[in-house]
Write a protein that binds this ligand. Sequence first.
Ligand code: SF4
Length: 331
Amino acid sequence: MRVSFFIAFGTIRFMHYIDIHNEIRNWYRRNGRDELPWRQTDDPYKIYISEMMLQQTQVKTVLERYYFPFLKRFPTLQSVAEASLDEVLYAWQGLGYYRRARYIHETAKIAAPDLPTDVESLVKLPGIGQSTAHAVAVFSTHAPVAVLDANVKRILYRFFAKERTTPKELWQMADTLLDREHPYEYNQAMMDIGAMVCLPKAPKCDTCPLSSRCQGKEDPLKYPAKKAKKSRKSVVTHYLWIEKAEKILMIKRHGELLGGLYELPAVEVAPEGLKPIAQIVHDYTHFRRIAKIYRLENDAVEGEWIEKKRLDEIAVSSLEKKIFKALGIGD
Ligand code: SF4
């Protein structure tokens, strides 16, 4: 009884949006970003790497600076599994959110030589959430599941005229609208419509393939309701530049945020009587770091001595790169 009800409901649901599905598919054929390299492969590993990179980084940046060099260095999941975490972090440097690189390394150690392509196995791997699992499954095997990135979420809020919702409801909305007959094109199209048409500040409803049924198109900026802006906190950190015989003292970090990367030693209080030799402002998502750098002769601090000429061979965060640059080291 339950099974037949589900089938009946599923059929009604599919029929309900068939006109929209056709519009979306036609739009995708005319406007879709087919040229993106991760859309020209069904290799789950390459799709997975693109998804991990795109979680916090814009398409343009990933495309121009990170996707190809990373895959050149690590062409397969097996090659990641055989590498050290330091090597993976080195290839990831500059992309930020280094936890993603650690997850890729952990995932490779567990799953190599091949990444699974079914959602159930994928979500058991470190750092693979439901949306990433769905993306790998649908883009490598055309599994009938919905991808829910930030752009798609915005479309759903507007399409169903929801000011607020819960993650569970969002998944239900994504599942309701999904084109199960053509999940690959549908999902790629939704991501593109979110990036090119249903824009955060200036949605182009006139050219949107969802507009005939969009419940929020009269006042799209109302959806989703804006969150109160939190002011970004500033944190001052004092870094030490300790140099001896063309070597610099660095410390390897542990922990979630930047674990595995090297950084300059930091102290809570500015060294007495010293003026900073450089000052850098670096913005993170939730706070701003003001880094003051002091040259110190004292080498009583524990750490690793890295040759100055090798500083570009170790994995460091974007902040350290900025500091090196300010001090005339590297590009
Ligand atoms: S009609 Fe407008 S608000 Fe609705 S999904 Fe399209 S662009 Fe967004």
